[in-house]
Design a protein around this ligand. Structure first.
Ligand SMILES: Cc1cc2nc3c(=O)[nH]c(=O)nc-3n(C[C@H](O)[C@H](O)[C@H](O)COP(=O)(O)O)c2cc1C
Length: 211
C-alpha cells in the first residue's frame, strides 16, 4: 500500500502519524505568561536532539480553528519553558492538564499539582515529575500558519533535575523512571516490557580518546 500524504486531509495525516510513530515520550511542558500565570500541558511530538548543546524539541500544533496553544504563546513571549517527564505515577494528572482551559487559567491550580521554583528560568517545575529540564528557547520554527499549523520549539537545557530515586549513583534506570509513551487514540504504553540488545561491533569502535 502506498499512501501519498497529498491525498489525505491534514486530520487523516495526523491520525496516520500518531498511529505509527509510537510510543512517543511525553514532555509535560510548564510555562509562565508575562503576567506571571503558570501553564502546564503535555506534548508527545517531543524528542531530545543533541548533548552539545544539551537540547530538546517539541511541537505545539495550532487548533483546527488556527488558535495557537497557550504553551506556544508563553514560549514566544518569555523564551523559556520546563520539560517535566510524564511517568506511570503522574499519568492521570498529566492527562487532566491537557483539558482546554482558557488562557490565563493555571493547570497547576486546576489539577492540584505542586509548582517548584526553577533555578535558572521563570516557569516552575512540576514536583510530581521525576525528571525536570529547565530550558531557554534556542529557536522557534513555524512550519505552517492557521488550522493545524505546525511549530517546532527547540530549547537548550540550562538546568537538569532528577528525583533521588531515579538518579542513583549518577545513573538513571528505566525501571526507576517508569516513563510512559503515547500511542494512538487514548492508548498509552509502559516501559516495563523492555528488552536488551547489544550493538554489533562495539569492540571495533575508535576509543573516545583517539577520536
Ligand atoms: C499525552 C498527550 C500528548 C499530546 N501531545 C501534543 C503534541 O505533541 N502537540 C500538540 O499540539 N498537542 C498535544 N497534546 C494536546 C495538548 O496537550 C492540549 O491541546 C493542551 O490543551 C494544550 O494546552 P495549552 O493550550 O495550555 O498549551 C497532547 C495531549 C496529550 C494528552
Amino acid at each position: 500500500m502506498n499512501i501519498d500524504p497529498e491525498t489525505l486531509s491534514p486530520l487523516e495525516r495526523y491520525n496516520l502519524m500518531i498511529a505509527c510513530i509510537i510510543p512517543r515520550p511525553i514532555a509535560w511542558i510548564s510555562t509562565i505568561s508575562p503576567e506571571g500565570v503558570t501553564n502546564l500541558a503535555p506534548f508527545s511530538f517531543f524528542t531530545g536532539i543533541t548533548a552539545n548543546p544539551m537540547s530538546v524539541c517539541f511541537a505545539p500544533v495550532n487548533s483546527r480553528e488556527g488558535v495557537p496553544k497557550d504553551t506556544l504563546i508563553n514560549v514566544k513571549a518569555t523564551k523559556q519553558f520546563v520539560v517535566n517527564m510524564a511517568n506511570e505515577d503522574n499519568a492521570e494528572a498529566m492527562n487532566q492538564t491537557s483539558a482546554m482551559y482558557p488562557y490565563g487559567v493555571s493547570e497547576f491550580e486546576k489539577v492540584g499539582l505542586t509548582p517548584l521554583p526553577s533555578v535558572k528560568v521563570r516557569p516552575p517545575r512540576v514536583k510530581e515529575s521525576p525528571v525536570q529540564m529547565e530550558c531557554e528557547l534556542l529557536e522557534l520554527v513555524t512550519l505552517s500558519e492557521g488550522s493545524l499549523g505546525g511549530n517546532l520549539v527547540i530549547g537548550r537545557v540550562v538546568m537538569f533535575h532528577a528525583h533521588d530515586g531515579v538518579w542513583n549513583g549518577g545513573k538513571m534506570r528505566h525501571q526507576d523512571l517508569k516513563a510512559i509513551g503515547r500511542m494512538e487514540g487514548a492508548w498509552y504504553a509502559r516501559t516495563s516490557d523492555a528488552f536488551e540488545m547489544a550493538r554489533p561491533g562495539l569492540d571495533k569502535r575508535t576509543p573516545p580518546e583517539t577520536k
